[in-house]
Design a protein. Structure first.
Length: 132
């Protein structure tokens, strides 16, 4: 039981992280946010914690917080395709075309398995940036 674990050992970051992942999986997004924020405070060096916190912020429609968490995840674990994908999707949803293109180009260098798909997205982003 993660509640008991985090109550008995509030400094155990992995307990908070696991609890946050489980709560997110259960659809308890706001509770997941609280647990993952605590995990990020206790495990500031773990990119995966920040990535998952960003995903929860994204689900809560908190794009600035999601961006901050994703950027921290990318700083800690540079060029993770999963993090880059999340950043691109966030920037596209929020119509930040310059940022979307920037991270798409990084993703193209990292993920060679999706070249056609990613080039198509670059073209779409450039078209939208021009107002088309």
């Amino acid at each position: 039981d993660f509640d008991a674990l985090t109550t008995r050992h509030p400094e155990f970051g992995d307990g908070w992280y696991s609890k946050g992942l489980l709560l997110a999986e259960m659809g308890r997004t706001d509770d997941a946010r609280e647990a993952l924020e605590q995990a990020a405070r206790l495990l500031p060096e773990r990119g995966r914690v920040h990535y998952n916190l960003g995903a929860v912020y994204d689900a809560l429609d908190r794009p600035q917080d999601a961006e901050r968490a994703y950027l921290e995840a990318n700083r800690l674990a540079p060029n993770s395709p999963q993090t880059l994908d999340a950043m691109v999707n966030l920037y596209m949803r929020t119509e930040q075309w310059t940022q979307a293109e920037r991270w798409l180009l990084v993703l193209l260098q990292v993920d060679r398995t999706r070249t056609e798909e990613l080039f198509a997205l670059v073209r779409e982003v450039r078209r939208k940036a021009r107002g088309g």
